[in-house]
Design a protein around this ligand. Structure first.
Ligand code: DON
Length: 553
């Protein structure tokens, strides 16, 4: 009897033990060729980290609007073998000759577009260092193998899409201003026709130099010479020392919990993890699932308002300013923020102390990878605006970023996107600009999620909404397809996609004291994976707003 009881306890009465390795691998990226490149490397015996190298490099070729060797980003890693988690911080750094007021005129006014277009807008790239570091410390395959798909696409060319054409039109003037950029990314100095085969032989050579020499193929030698010469001729301030002294940083990811879900997300110099965890800590005080949509949207808005207020005041490069991470992510601190929150009316932002940092870019990319061992990568990478600064140093094929615009050019004064920043994010030599990029893992007893998205300051609210959808038990297709809304403290408005709220819901939110603003186009391009450990299934989804693919194999 006793033995029977024990057996029952072990076999019948216990829930099935969660699977320890996934039944399939999954990759979700913003471009079909990048998703395929990742699978090609997994099939060749590579792990998720090798696949991430291949995807990062392929996106640099086939999605030049979003990221590239001339940009930066964050790779969040989970090693299945020992559960080790880390964030590779390949964020751009300000050149050593950068000055706090370098984008201001003699009167102290911000010079429009100087931090957006051309060589002076570019920070020192971190993606080449990220690729080399990933391969050397986490991958199994040599760069010669993992960079092969990217080199192939750069040499043979790929057909450009409608979204490429839209972005090229948007950045036409900046691209035309750089002869090298125009000769690569335009056709007869104009937006190329749909299906135009874009070949990038110089970029293929640059990738080959990295395949042979690792990071030194980019930061030293002949390529570095071309970068410095090109940038300086075009009015930039880079020096060889900027390139040779660039170092990738490994940072401990931030962790929080929300209703039994463990959140692992980006550490500073991203604001993502802090703002996400802080907003979730505030929301943990309410039973969101039991609320009707208006009350729920109101609380989410109020949580975001407070999290973004703190972002504006306290956050910057942790190597140069003291960021109070522990305090801002503490549940006790959130209890204090919640105390000022009223369920029956909006709190006007101007009644809270502080000013604003609103970072709304237009491009960037995210990808998610899970391999069959359970290794994971969530990576958000950027050159900031579509086609970055629009500048290519002759002979390199490398489109440079305009991530310097993520600094506050002048504390308190809005930049071209209406962005205002504080002291913590002022420009300084070698400093990393504050980011919103938020590659994230979510873990509950039932499953693991890998997700992230581009979208400037709205990245954090998108990841938050999807986290709540994961908590509600929904699937990746639902997370990426959710109608989105956003609040970032200032401007004091709820931005939302068309169709997020019904007319009655919008009226009720207005009644509560909110101002609603419909954005003209849908936003974001989320790439997500779920390993449902309870049912031992893997699911993946690519945002329907983009042209990416998500495949499980
Ligand atoms: O790091 C950041 O926060 C920005 N440079 C990201 C820009 C971005 O996501 C643009 N996307 N649509």
């Amino acid at each position: 009897m006793k033995r029977w009881f024990l057996l029952c306890l072990l076999v019948l009465c216990e829930p099935a033990l969660a699977a320890t390795t996934p039944p399939a691998a999954a990759i979700a990226t913003a471009h079909p060729l990048a998703t395929e490149a990742g699978h090609e490397i997994l099939a060749a015996g590579g792990n998720a980290f090798d696949a991430a190298v291949a995807i990062t490099a392929t996106l640099a070729v086939v999605e030049p609007t979003g990221s590239g060797l001339g940009g930066g980003g964050f790779w969040l890693l989970h090693r299945a073998k020992n559960g080790y988690q880390t964030m590779l911080d390949g964020r751009e750094r300000a050149p050593l000759a950068a000055k706090r007021d370098m984008y201001l005129d003699a009167k102290g006014e911000v010079i429009p577009n100087l931090s957006v277009d051309g060589a002076l807008a570019a920070g020192i790239p971190g993606i080449p260092a990220g690729i080399a570091h990933l391969a050397a410390h986490y991958g199994k395959l040599p760069l010669r193998k993992t960079l092969a798909p990217a080199i192939r696409h750069a040499r043979n060319g790929f057909a450009i899409s409608e979204s490429y054409r839209r972005m090229a039109q948007f950045r036409l003037e900046a691209l035309r201003a750089s002869t090298s950029a125009a000769s690569i990314f335009l056709h007869e100095n104009d937006v190329p026709p749909l299906g135009h085969l874009l070949k990038q032989p110089d970029l293929a050579d640059t990738l080959e130099a990295i395949a042979k020499q690792g990071a030194a193929g980019f930061y030293n030698g002949a390529l570095a010479d071309k970068l410095i010469k090109g940038v300086r001729r075009a009015g930039g301030i880079w020096t060889h020392k900027d390139l040779t002294s660039y170092r990738l940083s490994e940072r401990q990811p931030l962790q929080g919990t929300y209703r039994g879900i463990r959140i692992t997300s980006a550490a500073p110099p991203s604001s993502g993890g802090i703002a996400l965890i802080s907003a979730l800590n505030i929301l943990a005080g309410y039973d969101l699932k039991a609320l009707e949509p208006v009350a729920r949207a109101h609380l989410i808005t109020e949580a975001l308002r407070r999290a973004y207020r703190d972002r504006a005041i306290y956050l910057g490069d942790p190597d140069q300013v003291a960021v109070p991470v522990a305090r801002l992510t503490a549940p006790l601190y959130a209890d204090g923020l919640r105390a000022s929150l009223r369920t029956d009316r909006a709190t006007p932002s101007n009644t809270l102390p502080g000013n604003a940092t609103l970072s709304a870019g237009n491009d960037t990319t995210h990808f998610s990878v899970l391999d069959k061992q359970g290794n994971r990568v969530a990576a958000t990478l950027s050159i900031n605006f579509p086609f970055g600064s629009g500048f290519v140093a002759p002979g390199t094929g490398v489109l440079l970023n305009d991530e310097m615009d993520d600094f506050s050019a002048k504390p308190g004064v809005p930049n071209v996107y209406g962005l205002v920043g504080g002291e913590a994010n002022a420009i300084a030599p070698g400093k990393r600009p504050l980011s919103s990029m938020s590659p994230t893992f979510l873990e509950s007893k039932n499953g693991v999620a890998i997700l992230g998205t581009p979208g400037g300051s709205r990245i954090i609210s998108m990841v938050l909404l999807s986290t709540l959808d994961f908590a509600a038990g929904n699937n990746p297709a639902s997370w990426v397809g959710l109608k989105r809304f956003h609040h970032q403290f200032l401007p004091d408005v709820i931005q939302h996609e068309p169709g997020t709220f019904s007319a009655e819901q919008a009226a009720s939110l207005t009644q509560l004291g909110h101002t609603l603003k419909e954005v003209t186009d849908p936003y974001g391009n989320m790439q997500a994976i779920l390993w449902d450990r309870k049912n031992n299934k893997v699911k993946a989804a690519s945002d329907p707003r983009g042209e990416g693919t998500a495949t499980v194999r």
